[in-house]
Design a protein around this ligand. Sequence first.
Ligand code: SF4
Length: 387
Amino acid sequence: MTASPAAHNYAHLDETLAKKLIQQAGLGDIDQRIANGTRLSLEDGIRLYETPHLAAVGLMAHRVRTSRHGRKTYFNINQHVNYTNICIYSCKFCAFAAKEGEARGYLMTPEVVEQKVREQLHRPVTEVHMVAGIHPTMGYDYYLDVVRAAKRGRPDIHVKAFTMVEIEHILNISGKSEDEVFADLRAAGLGSCPGGGAEVLVDRVHKAVFREKMGPDRWLMAARKVQRHGFKMNATMLYGHIERVDERVQHLIKLREVQDECGGFMAFIPLAFWPYHTDLANFGHVTTGNLDLRSIAVARLMLDNFPHVKAYWVMLTQESAQTALSFGANDIDGTVTEEKITHEAGTTEPQALGVDQIAHLINEAGYEPVQRTTIYEEIGERQATHA
Ligand code: SF4
């Protein structure tokens, strides 16, 4: 028997009771600042991470989510194409990358990318998500060609491609001006950027686990360039390894500042670290449900200028992603298809979910599944149901 949506979440929790719970958790002052529209500080963020009262933090985040999105929970029908795992860098948290010449290294030609997109023509896919390693020798035209290839395979598909690390690399090898490169990418068919590669935007973590790759300032600068050239993007944070609580909150504040400046971020996506087969494997454990839910909730409360917070089911697990919908998340990502990066690091989640499975997760948690495009235009329910 399916219980009513209201029975599954606290969307209808009596406000007096909610206030009492938050007061008893010692978070009444933060709750008042949220109600007043006063921006939360670094200290507020740290308290929200450190309080034992997770339910109270979740409740505050849920209130904000509900005030902006009601019970709507977004998903899309997408596919992933990781066009190469060959990478010049050796980030310690990465199980995906291979060096040139290694047996497990691969590089897709543009024709293979086109074929991958064509293989999904029987499904109503609206987005291809393309990120990859930084290949040592492929030239500027290759990056334009993989975007063109995806559009050839399916002309109406939205190409969401290139982390800020790839964007900086493309700019560096182009021999062209910034304006020319973004014009070329747009003409090739780039629609938006997924926003990865940020990891944790503080120097200590950068030096410790991904020192060869761009650090915080360069990531933020690349994001500004992308947004100033009119592309929308997301932003991620890889949490649950060596970063401290205050560093997570600093990361959120830096993103909030860029959003004030440029306004091009769509969703914030906390990425749970999977240690297996990485140089941090001795770290020993995956993130806990407590940290996953708290990361979603704190992000919702700190990022007052981000419209969407996404519970990416591949990394969170379906169970945590579903629960995260009551802790501030209003998006559960998409059907995915052939995810490689987290699977190399040990997730046992499937490589894809059907629309029915996603809708079930959302419905069963008491929310309303709404299919969206990459840039959060709503797609009619009929199309979603029959996908
Ligand atoms: S995280 Fe990205 S840049 Fe770093 S090693 Fe892996 S593929 Fe390369």
